[in-house]
Design a protein around this ligand. Structure first.
Ligand code: ADP
Ligand code: MG
Ligand code: MG
Length: 249
């Protein structure tokens, strides 16, 4: 059973403190939703965990199964079982989706999958996400629609089987049909119970499809309230205003 422990995490961007002491523990089989207004630092949390060079850790620790993630390179974090789906994925001209995924799988598993087996695995994953076969040959993220980006994220999840998956705004830019397919993908994936999911979202919409076990409200760079699924329902009705006051305190 894997556990991600975030303890009193402080993060700065360009000398400005953005995260002001985040405490959170996510275990395999659990889905935690982090919800909060724009600019509250949700993406900063995701980037800091993943090792993005722009985000400076100024205090606290992040442990994956007791090992210090913050000491690891980005590649080492992926091999340790961390997966981050980014809000704004980068385009990589000249690298196909299929090549990218095979390289990622090779890096995480420590050895290259046999081409025929990988092709089969890829096809199964794409079929389950209603992704057209031609998608595998397209350049990574180049001209991807919102829905294609998100399906691609879930496809990565299915292939990489991380211990902890951080999904930042996986619901943004999706129409209802795409949201359903993506949510079903997340649900299928987490049903195995081997992965802890940190679902970061501004909107409550995706939480109708992907039921979180825990909901945390993020404001002003820290968690200001935690609860069960009922907390997201309350946010849907009341919005974040109640927490805005906390943010500036
Ligand atoms: P959220 O994801 O909750 O909308 P962010 O983590 O994106 O919030 O942003 C939190 C704060 O940190 C904002 O004030 C934002 O301007 C600032 N910030 C985040 N990333 C950067 C960056 N790469 N460069 C400069 N400022 C940043
Ligand atoms: Mg934002
Ligand atoms: Mg964000």
């Amino acid at each position: 059973m894997s556990t991600l422990q975030i303890r009193d995490l402080h993060v700065a961007v360009e000398d400005k403190e953005i995260l002001k002491g985040v405490d959170l523990t996510v275990s395999a089989g659990e889905t935690h939703a982090i919800m909060g207004p724009n600019g509250s630092g949700k993406s900063t949390l995701a980037y800091a965990i993943s090792g993005h060079p722009k985000y400076t850790i100024t205090g606290g620790e992040v442990l994956l199964d007791g090992e210090n993630l913050l000491d690891m390179s980005v590649d080492e974090r992926a091999r340790a079982g961390l997966f981050l789906a980014m809000q704004y994925p980068v385009e990589v001209p000249g690298v196909s989706v299929s090549n990218f995924l095979r390289t990622a799988v090779t890096a995480v598993r420590g050895q290259a999958p046999k081409l025929r087996e990988f092709t089969k695995e890829l096809k199964t994953g794409m079929d389950s996400l209603a992704i057209d076969a031609s998608f595998a040959q397209r350049n990574l993220n180049e001209g991807f629609s919102g829905g294609e980006k998100k399906r691609h994220e879930i496809l990565q999840l299915e292939l990489l089987k991380p211990k902890i998956a951080v999904l930042d705004e996986t619901d943004s830019g999706l129409d209802v049909d795409a949201l359903r397919v993506v949510s079903e993908g997340i649900n299928r994936f987490r049903a195995a119970g081997d992965t802890g999911v940190l679902l970061i979202t501004h909107y409550t919409r995706i939480l109708r499809y992907v039921k979180p076990d825990f909901v945390h409200v993020f404001s002003g760079g820290r968690i200001v309230e935690s609860g069960g699924p009922e907390l997201s329902e309350r946010l849907e009705n009341e919005g974040y205003e109640r927490f805005g006051k906390v943010a500036t305190a």
